[in-house]
Write a protein that binds this ligand. Structure first.
Ligand SMILES: N[C@@H](CCC(=O)N[C@@H](CS)C(=O)NCC(=O)O)C(=O)O
Length: 308
């Protein structure tokens, strides 16, 4: 297998989900650290336009969104699968809820003045971040909850989680982890990174013990790789062969399309459709820097539009 190259930055919660999966599954990975704000020319050259972080590059194939990255990694490496058949529906559904509803509460909580910690190095960084994210949010269809609403949403979730873990199980659905553990973990990691809400977590001892176990998985660093090296990897590799099919009416494989998230960060990736089925969308992108690359998206949460 080609090397796993994660395009990420340290403060990114969704990146922490993938970093913890690498650790849990003992997967060697390469760390391409990108800026917390645009521009990110090499990463965008590889995704064709999609700008959310993280993305996973494997040779000349690029996997967008942690839901899809988790599926890609689900049985790679060692240890139990991330998708145990007995709990697959519950685990996937919880992960989706956490990655959306709890995420927006987490953003509100993380940026409360008393919970910011040292997120920004200086006022200039805070200003650059605010401007960048205003641009990122353009056209979004999500609502960020108020502090009261976010606190209530999180307190209720944490209480239910603590109660479920109270029977002595190691992970949310039993003795083995699932994708839901990693989704919940990265959200708690983000909420508690500023240190202003430690008392709440400490008041839920089963959740706190679980969190300490999960946190250990995040301590599995990748070997640094530069943007130029990652581009060279893409240039030297061939994109994987794709079994071409499409379930989109009037948009067969070979059509020029745009693919974009449907909720926020709606920066489209133009390319040629290779595959669109119940689970994934794959397009072929060409860029002067990278040559041909396959860009993969989950079907859930992404839309495909024919160009003309
Ligand atoms: N559903 C996406 C969410 C990714 C996401 O929202 N990532 C944040 C960073 S944690 C982001 O891209 N923020 C804007 C940016 O970094 O440019 C996933 O699971 O990968």
């Amino acid at each position: 297998m080609a090397e796993l190259i994660l395009h990420h930055y340290p403060e990114s919660p969704f990146s922490e989900k993938v970093r913890a999966i690498f650790g849990a599954r003992q997967l060697a990975w390469r760390s391409l650290q990108v800026s917390m704000v645009m521009p990110r020319p090499s990463t965008i050259a590889l995704t064709g336009g999609y700008r959310r972080i993280p993305v996973l590059q494997v040779g000349a194939d690029v996997y967008c969104d942690t839901a899809l990255i988790a599926e890609y990694l689900g049985d790679r490496g060692s240890g139990p699968t991330l998708f145990p058949a007995r709990h697959r529906l519950a685990a996937q559904t919880l992960a989706r809820w956490v990655d959306t509803e709890l995420f927006w509460a987490a953003v509100t909580l993380r940026f409360m003045p008393e919970n910011m910690g040292n997120f920004f190095a200086d006022p200039g960084a805070a200003q650059a971040f605010a401007e960048d994210r205003a641009n990122f949010a353009r056209g979004s269809h999500v609502r960020r909850p108020s502090v009261d609403e976010a606190q209530a949403r999180y307190a209720r979730f944490l209480a239910e989680m603590d109660s479920q873990l109270g029977d002595g199980r190691a992970y949310l659905f039993g003795a083995d982890w699932s994708v839901a553990d990693f989704a919940v973990y990265h959200m708690l990691w983000f909420i508690h990174a500023g240190g202003g809400m430690s008392d709440l977590l400490a008041s839920r001892p089963h959740a706190a013990a679980w969190m300490a176990r999960m946190r250990a998985f995040g301590q599995h660093p990748g070997e640094a790789i530069s943007a130029d090296e990652a581009i060279a990897v893409a240039c030297e590799a061939n994109p994987l062969a794709v079994d071409q099919t499409s379930d989109l009416p009037g948009i067969p494989p070979g059509t020029k399309v745009h693919v974009a998230p449907v909720d926020y960060g709606i920066m489209p990736s133009p390319g040629v459709l290779l595959r669109c089925d119940r689970d994934t969308i794959v397009i072929r992108c060409e860029h002067a820097l990278t040559g041909a690359v396959n860009v993969h998206f989950p079907r859930h949460g992404f839309g495909v539009t024919a160009n003309g």
